[in-house]
Design a protein around this ligand. Structure first.
Ligand code: PGA
Length: 247
């Protein structure tokens, strides 16, 4: 299984940010893991053009369920694909919180991604209050159940475990807590999807940095990271790619 270092630029980056991706490409002409950057939609075509022929893959940060239509401000999976994307992040906690996205909507978006040949990076994760209440595994179970359509395989989907309280905060769960959730996800997904979930990659996301990447990548049932802040600088994301390559 090829591991995956995925960068989520969120609403960061204008033209000059392409130079950071170009520096990353130059530093990693090839890698034993997949390298993905999901820039703002405005940069996707330019980043995809810059990445052509390199080891860098590109993706969107969200898509609509429909292929086209009267949905002001939205972007379809087909449009992402045409702009060079091969992946799309879906159900990120910022979408769930800021835009009221439900797991049922995430499942519909996942189907739209698949229909357009995009690999869905489906995010799940508990809030701090849910963890404090001892509900972490229940929350993960119900988000996995409701966000993932039948038909999932390791070829069309990646799961990212992102505790909401660890995103952008510099706080991460203990390695044991991450391992517990990854073990739980692995068992839950193989119980539901059987052999199809065999090649499914399970990422961790939330305050991954060069300084903590190696210890996170040593956790069993963990096949890469979804990285926000540290993906914006080629030097930092490159160090994470190197740690994943060495894991
Ligand atoms: P962070 O974000 O690495 O800045 O914590 C992770 C994410 O939201 O995907």
């Amino acid at each position: 299984m090829r591991k995956l270092a995925a960068g989520n630029w969120k609403m960061n980056g204008t033209g000059p940010a392409i130079a950071e991706a170009e520096a990353l490409i130059a530093a990693h002409p090839s890698a034993p893991c997949d390298i993905l950057i999901c820039p703002p939609a405005t940069l996707l075509s330019r980043l995809s053009a810059a990445a052509q022929g390199s080891a860098l893959l590109t993706g969107g940060q969200d898509c609509h369920t429909a292929a086209s239509g009267a949905h002001t401000g939205d972007i379809s999976a087909q449009m992402l694909k045409e702009a060079g994307a091969s992946y799309v992040i879906l159900g990120h906690s910022e979408r769930r919180a800021d835009h009221g996205e439900t797991s049922a909507l995430v499942a519909a978006k996942t189907r739209a991604a698949w229909e357009n040949g995009l690999i869905a990076v489906v995010c799940v994760g508990e809030t701090g209050a849910e963890r404090d209440a001892g509900r972490t595994l229940d929350v993960i179970a119900s988000q996995l159940q409701d966000s993932l359509p039948d038909g999932l395989s390791g070829a069309n989907t990646v799961i990212a475990y992102e505790p909401v309280w660890a995103i952008g905060t510099g706080r991460i769960p203990t390695l044991e807590q991450i391992a517990e959730v990854h073990d739980f996800m692995s068992k839950t997904l193989s119980a539901r999807f059987g052999d199809a979930s065999g090649g499914l990659r399970l990422l961790y996301g939330g305050s991954v940095k060069p300084s903590n990447a190696a210890e996170i990548f040593a956790i069993p049932n963990l096949h890469g990271a979804l990285v926000g802040g540290a993906s914006l600088k080629a030097s930092e994301f490159g160090a994470i790619v190197a740690a994943l390559s060495a894991s």
